[in-house]
Every structure is written in C-alpha cells, then in structure tokens.
Design a protein around this ligand. Structure first.
Ligand code: AMP
Length: 219
C-alpha cells in the first residue's frame, strides 16, 4: 500500500522544514515540486528551461507539466511505500490528477496536513530567507542565521536569496496562493482528509502537532 501524505499551506508556512522532519520520522521520501523544478533548472533540462520563467515570476508552472513531473517521481521504486508531497498539489486539477495517480499506483492520499499562517508573518519569513547554493539548506536572517555570515553551516557553500523570495515576487506568490491553491483547503476538508495545524508556532511545536494529528491515520 502506498500512503501518500500532502503538506498544504502558503509559501513560507514551513512546509519544507516540516516535510524533512516528518520524512525522517516516517521513513518515506520527500517529494518537493519546487525543489524538483529547481533541480531541473540547475541541470538546464528542457523542463527546467520551460519552468524557469514561471518560477522567476512567482507564477505556477502549467498543470500538465507539473503533473507529469510528479507522476514520474512518485512512480520510482523509492516511493513504493508512499511519499510526502510538499508544494503539490497546488490547483484543483492537480489535486484531482493526484488522487487518480495515487490509486493507479495501488495507494491513496491518506491525509493532508494544512499549515495555517497569516500573510504578514509569511512576508517577513520569506523575504529574510537565504538558501545554500550547493544543496538548498535554508537559513533566515532573524530566526535561523548561519554561524558564519553568508555561508552554509552544513556544507560551507555560499548562501543566496532565491529570486522568488524577493519582496515583489513574494507578494505575487501569496496572491497566486490565495487565487489558485487556498481552495484546496475546502476540497480536502470535504474529502475528510484535512488536518489543520497552527504553523505560526516554533518549528518543534508544529512538528509535535503534526505527529499528534497523524496518529492513527497511517495504520
Ligand atoms: P515552492 O518552492 O514550493 O515555493 O515552489 C517554487 C515555485 O515552483 C512556485 O512559485 C512555482 O513557480 C513552482 N511550483 C512549485 N510547485 C508547483 C505546483 N504544484 N504547480 C505549479 N507550479 C509549482
């Protein structure tokens, strides 16, 4: 049985951080659509060239391309027990396609964790975020500064700001979230899959709430 879990929430809600913690706990792969796109862009693949303009503008990559990329990823052997999806699905069409994809693979979407955070907090979080060039480790000027300014604690590589973490793009990404993704909260609530967690609290507390909310859901 493949158990698929989804982390849903606005950009900057902490999906990436919580997904890493949860994946280590559940021993399933972390499938981040944003990270997959960034890998393609770094690797200069055709998909990367196609996606680049959308990411730079804070717009969503078209559904068809995104769904095909995720299908390819979750069909790989390391996802044979399932996976935790972060950043996907982000539109109703993606959610429909994902449900079907999960069932085609002999599994199902077992739960959707929704990290709730207010817009003002998100803007502050995102515009202070820096990422290491080598592996994408995340830092924040206020909440999680690196030990040595401008360098990753873990691999020493240079810290850079993602183009889409610049203030204009952040505002655009939040608008896109409200227009195209926020409706998935009701979609999954109506499906009885939504687990709502207050994402504004410290990382460790959010992780505990997620673990508590998931108890009994994955047996
Ligand atoms: P993220 O790292 O999840 O914030 O994603 C960064 C960017 O990748 C987004 O602003 C979109 O341009 C693109 N992206 C990521 N996931 C999706 C998705 N599910 N559908 C469409 N575009 C996506």
């Amino acid at each position: 049985m493949r158990n698929f879990l989804v982390l849903l929430g606005p950009p900057g809600a902490g999906k990436g951080t919580q997904a890493s913690l949860l994946c280590a706990r559940l021993r399933v792969p972390h499938v981040s659509s944003g990270e997959l796109f960034r890998e393609h862009i770094r690797g200069k693949t055709d998909l990367g060239k196609h996606a680049q303009g959308y990411l730079g503008a804070g717009q969503l990559v078209p559904d068809e391309v995104t769904i095909a990329m995720i299908r390819e990823r979750v069909s790989q052997p390391d996802c044979s027990r399932g996976a935790l999806l972060d950043g996907f699905p982000r539109t109703p069409a993606q959610a429909e396609a994902f449900g079907k994809m999960a069932r085609d693979l002999g599994g199902d979407v077992r739960a959707v964790v929704y990290l709730r955070v207010a817009d003002a907090e998100l803007i502050e979080r995102l515009t202070g975020r820096w990422m290491c060039r080598a592996q994408g480790h995340i830092y924040h000027v206020q909440t999680h500064p690196p030990k040595k300014a401008g360098h990753c604690d873990l691999d020493g590589s240079e810290l850079v700001q993602r183009d889409d973490d610049k203030v204009e793009t952040v505002t655009r990404r939040l608008a896109v979230y409200h227009e195209q993704t926020a409706m998935l909260i009701d979609y999954y609530r109506n499906a009885g899959l939504l687990l709502e967690v207050d994402g504004a609290r410290p990382e460790a507390e959010v992780a505990e709430s997620i673990a508590a909310a998931l108890k009994g859901r994955l047996d």
